[in-house]
Design a protein around this ligand. Sequence first.
Ligand SMILES: Nc1ncnc2c1ncn2[C@@H]1O[C@H](COP(=O)(O)OP(=O)(O)O)[C@@H](O)[C@H]1O
Ligand SMILES: [Mg+2]
Length: 248
Amino acid sequence: MSQIIVFASGKGGTGKTTVTVNVAVALCKMNNRVLLIDCDCGMRGLDLMLGLEQGLMYDTGDVIAGNCITPDAVYSHPSVRGLYMMPAPMDAQDEIAPEVMKQFVTTLRNNYDYILIDSPAGVGSGFISAVSGADRAVIVINPEPASVRGAQNVRRELLKHGIEDIRLIINKVNEKRFFQTGIYTDLDEVIDRCETQLIGVVPEDHSVVVYSQRGSPYLNDSPVSKVFTNIAFRISGGNVQLAFPKRI
Ligand SMILES: Nc1ncnc2c1ncn2[C@@H]1O[C@H](COP(=O)(O)OP(=O)(O)O)[C@@H](O)[C@H]1O
Ligand SMILES: [Mg+2]
């Protein structure tokens, strides 16, 4: 039976989709079967980031509307063993109602080790739909005030929806800029303000942009790739020490 984890953020552009894809790839490298569900109706991006955008016939909306059966809307990745993706409807009007979404993901539970849901930014109706079937949540932030405030809102909403197992990923960390701006003393302060347990700090890295825009998941053995591997390990219950920049 799979664990269903929603990836959310208050602000857009924090790197939710990027992080979700790379954590999924890392979980696959650990021999898991992982389904990525794009819940960003009208703004879907998972397919592009995975290089799977060509020839997509069906999406979650089609399955729910009865235009196709579930396997027709599940696309396997050609080079990442165990990785599957369901695209979101292209049209924002086809957003899936929370109750329907909950039932839908429940029917998929037995087929995967993990189902990762890429939520739209914010706490609107798309977010509510994305979280409705989830057991756990990961909030993706950048170390800056608007993003931290967004995380506080998202955390509150997740708790309202009964999701108590919440973890934090701080993405796009540029150590020099972080300490130069001096808004926070250190990342501990960011974590404290988010009131959420940290499971990873991802550096800002040009190669992440290159890989995601090319639509090829991060498969090499670079330091950033190792960060995602450690996050995947922690998600699966493993214990690996967190390393992040401290003020000197
Ligand atoms: N760690 C990172 N370092 C540098 N750029 C990143 C990183 N993570 C994400 N990005 C870039 O940030 C932009 C927004 O990422 P995306 O995953 O689409 O965000 P969201 O899904 O939260 O809107 C993309 O151009 C992506 O390549
Ligand atoms: Mg996104």
